[in-house]
Design a protein around this ligand. Structure first.
Ligand code: APR
Ligand code: PHB
Length: 410
C-alpha cells in the first residue's frame, strides 16, 4: 500500500479523499464488525462504512440465541469474555401445545451440545469495544454509499461524510449491509436470482423487566396463534406474540399483550407470568429470502444482505456468523497462502448451510404458527406433527440438531 488516505481532485473540479485498504466493508452490523475484527487479528486491513450512527446500531434489539459455532467464533475474535459471564447457557427448549409443555433436551439428543442466550445488542457492543481498543477504522453516519468496480481488480466504495466526498479503494468489497443495503441492489437483475416467501403473520415483540417464566425458552402453539417466551437475563424477559402483518402497534395495549401471552401458554406458565412495564415494543414482519450467488467478481455478500430467515429458531445471527467464518478464512488463505480455493467456493459453501437453515426456519415457523387459511385437517396434522416431534427420539433429535447448529462444511 503506497498511502492510506490522500486528497485528490475529481473530474468535476471538487476534491475527494481517497483511502486505500485491503477489504472495504459496507455495514457495521454483526457481520461487518465481526469480519473486520477477525481480519484485523490476522493482520488484514479493512475499513467499515456504516450509514447509521453507532448509538442506533448498538440500540437495535434482535434475536439472542447463539449456536456453539457462533460462540467459538466470538472467542476466536477475542470478544467472548462477557458472553461467557453474562450469557445464559441453555440445554434445551420447551414446545407447548394443547395446553401442555414438552421438553426437548439438546444435551441428550446431540451429544452434549448447548446454545447461549446472549442478545445481539451485546454482541455488537463487545465487537465495537474490541475494535475501538485496536484502533479500527469504522466510519459511522456515511451518506450516499455506493459500491462499484467489483468486476475489476480495483473495486471502490464511495460515500459522503460531513459534506465531503470519500472513496475507498480496495482489493475486495464485503457487502455486510443487511437486507435493505446497497451492495445486493447494485447487482444487475440478470446476474442474481432471488428466492422469497412472505408469511401471512408477524411477531409483536416486547422486552419487560420481569423474570422469565421458565429456565428454558418456550415455543407455544395455541389456537390463538404462536407465542415465544424468551429472555435476556434472569430478570429480563423477551416475549413475542404472533399477530397480523398489518396490525397497528397502538391496538396492543400493555394489558392486552399480557393477557394474550397468558392465553397462549400452559396453566403453570401462565400463573408465573408477571406483567411489568414494557421497555420496548415492536412488530417484525416474517420472511424467508435468499439471493444467489453470493459472489460477484470481487464483491461478496455476507449475512442479511444475502439471506433473511423468519426468526423462529433464531438462525439469522448464526447464519451471518457462519458467512463471516467462511469469508475470513478464505481471505486469510488468499493473503497468507496465495490460495484462492476457499474464495472460489465461498458462495457454494455458504449457500449449502443457508438452505438447510432456511428449511429448518421455515419448518419450525410452519409447525408453530396459526395460518389464517388453515383448514381443520391441516390444524390436526400440525398437532400430530408436534406430537411426533415431542414423543419420538427421531422427531426430537432432528429439531435439536438443527437448533444447536449443523456442523460447518469447510
Ligand atoms: N451503506 C452503509 N451501511 C448500510 C447501508 C448502506 N447503504 N445500508 C444498510 N447499512 C447498514 C445498516 O444500517 C446496518 O447497520 O448495514 C448494517 C447491516 O446490519 P444487519 O442488518 O444487522 O445485518 P448483518 O450484519 O448481516 O447481521 C445479521 O442481524 O438482522 C439480524 O437476524 C439478523 O441477527 C442477524 C443479523
Ligand atoms: C429472542 O430471544 O429474541 C429469540 C429467541 C428465540 C427465537 C427468536 C428470538 O427463535
Amino acid at each position: 500500500m503506497l498511502f492510506r488516505s490522500k486528497l485528490i481532485p475529481t473530474p468535476n473540479g471538487t476534491q475527494a479523499m481517497i483511502h486505500k485498504t485491503q477489504i472495504g466493508i459496507v455495514g457495521a452490523g454483526p457481520s461487518g464488525l465481526l469480519l473486520s475484527r477477525l481480519l484485523a487479528l490476522q493482520g488484514i486491513d479493512s475499513i467499515v462504512v456504516e450509514r447509521q450512527s453507532r448509538a442506533y446500531v448498538e440500540g437495535r434489539i434482535r434475536a439472542g440465541v447463539l449456536e456453539q459455532g457462533t460462540m467459538d467464533l466470538l472467542d476466536e475474535a477475542q470478544v467472548g469474555e462477557r458472553m461467557h459471564t453474562e450469557g445464559l447457557l441453555h440445554v434445551g427448549v420447551d414446545l407447548c401445545f394443547n395446553g401442555k409443555r414438552h421438553a426437548i433436551d439438546f444435551v441428550d439428543l446431540t451429544g452434549g451440545k448447548t446454545v447461549m442466550v446472549y442478545g445481539q445488542t451485546e454482541v455488537t457492543k463487545d465487537l465495537n469495544n474490541a475494535l475501538d481498543a485496536a484502533g479500527a477504522q469504522i466510519v459511522y453516519e456515511a451518506e450516499a454509499v455506493t459500491v462499484d468496480g467489483f468486476d475489476s481488480d480495483q473495486p471502490f466504495i464511495r460515500y459522503r461524510k460531513d459534506g465531503e466526498a470519500h472513496e475507498i479503494q480496495c482489493d475486495y468489497i464485503a457487502g455486510c449491509d443487511g437486507f435493505h443495503g446497497v451492495s445486493r441492489r447494485s447487482i444487475p437483475a440478470e446476474r442474481i436470482q432471488l428466492f422469497e416467501r412472505v408469511y401471512p403473520f408477524a411477531w409483536l415483540g416486547i422486552l419487560a423487566e420481569t423474570p422469565p417464566v421458565s429456565d428454558e425458552l418456550i415455543y407455544a402453539n395455541s389456537d390463538r396463534g404462536f407465542a415465544l417466551f424468551s429472555m435476556r437475563s434472569k430478570t429480563l424477559s423477551r416475549l413475542y406474540i404472533q399477530c397480523a402483518p398489518d396490525e397497528e402497534i397502538d391496538e396492543w395495549s400493555d394489558e392486552r399483550i399480557w393477557e394474550e401471552l397468558a392465553h397462549r401458554l400452559d396453566e403453570e406458565g401462565a400463573n408465573k407470568l408477571t406483567p411489568a412495564p414494557l421497555l420496548e415494543k415492536s412488530i417484525t414482519p416474517m420472511r424467508s429470502f435468499v439471493a444467489e450467488p453470493m459472489r460477484f467478481g470481487n464483491m461478496f455478500l455476507v449475512g442479511d444482505a444475502a439471506h433473511i430467515v423468519p426468526p423462529t429458531g433464531a438462525k439469522g445471527l448464526n447464519l451471518a456468523a457462519a458467512d463471516v467464518r467462511y469469508l475470513s478464512r478464505a481471505l486469510v488463505d488468499h493473503y497468507k497462502k496465495a490460495d484462492d480455493g476457499r474464495l472460489d467456493r465461498y458462495s457454494d459453501t455458504c449457500l449449502r448451510r443457508i438452505w438447510k437453515a432456511q428449511r429448518f426456519s421455515w419448518w419450525l415457523t410452519t409447525l408453530m404458527h396459526r395460518f389464517p387459511e388453515a383448514s381443520p385437517f391441516e390444524r390436526r396434522t400440525q398437532l400430530a406433527e408436534l406430537d411426533f416431534v415431542t414423543s419420538t427420539e427421531t422427531g426430537a433429535r432432528s429439531l435439536a440438531e438443527n437448533y444447536v447448529g449443523l456442523p460447518f462444511d469447510d
